[in-house]
Design a protein around this ligand. Structure first.
Ligand code: ATP
Length: 207
């Protein structure tokens, strides 16, 4: 099984990193692909450029075997639809089971994603619980896909929904950007080398 973890990563923080490491270990994955979004379709455009977000990601995960940066969305034109990303991964990894990891906030918005039912044709979706976001909308569509067994994920190529508790870190990129704009110190919310990069490039100075 291969893990897919998409995000804006504006900037990458310990909420992303700790969750990615935990799910890698819980699901016994050799690889988790961290996929920075070029043009997120469902939100304001990122404050930092794609290149800078990528460079911060590189700093954050160096020396973390198994966490892999996957730049396919940055190399594509147009909105970064996850369904297109999964299709392109599927072409490369024909026989692999794909686990798409999303936080509970993202799950609550899933029905606004481009061609969202097709996501389940391509991958399983694993929802990582996130502080402050309770799960809504668990309707018939989702309930029929729900499983509580990891073996069921391994035995099916795609199509299941699974909820995984991860260490609750109430950290968000929005809060980090806002605290930097207020000249506050974001220490211990994200790696020091990423903080140094943000300072060097004077990122997130304005609210
Ligand atoms: P922003 O505040 O700018 O919206 P964010 O902190 O939510 O950013 P994203 O890059 O948008 O970060 O998130 C990428 C993925 O990581 C999403 O699926 C999101 O739900 C998940 N995620 C983000 N922060 C956490 C966290 N603290 N714990 C668990 N999952 C998280």
């Amino acid at each position: 099984m291969i893990g897919i973890f998409g995000g804006t990563f504006d900037p990458i923080h310990y909420g992303h990193l700790r969750s990615a490491l935990e799910v890698k270990e819980i699901f016994g994955l050799t690889e988790v692909h961290l996929i920075p979004s070029a043009q997120p379709p469902h939100r304001e455009q990122p404050a930092a450029s794609a290149l800078m977000r990528l460079q911060m990601l590189e700093l954050a995960i160096k020396d973390q075997p198994g966490l892999i940066i996957d730049t396919r969305e940055l190399n594509r034109q147009g909105p970064s639809y996850m369904v297109d990303t999964l299709r392109s991964l599927r072409q490369e990894l024909t026989n692999e089971t794909l686990l798409l990891f999303i936080g509970s906030d993202a799950f609550n918005q899933l029905k606004t994603w481009h061609q969202w039912p097709n996501l389940f044709d391509l991958a399983h979706i694993v929802v990582m619980t996130r502080p402050g976001f309770t799960i809504q909308n668990l309707d018939v569509f989702f309930n029929s896909r729900l499983t509580t067994r990891i073996t069921e994920l391994a035995n099916n190529g795609a199509g299941k929904l699974y909820f995984q508790q991860v260490t609750q870190l109430d950290i968000s990129a929005t809060d980090i950007r806002n605290s930097i704009a207020k000249q506050q110190n974001p220490g211990f919310l994200l790696p020091d080398n990423v903080i140094a990069y943000i300072r060097q490039h004077k990122l997130y100075q304005r609210p």
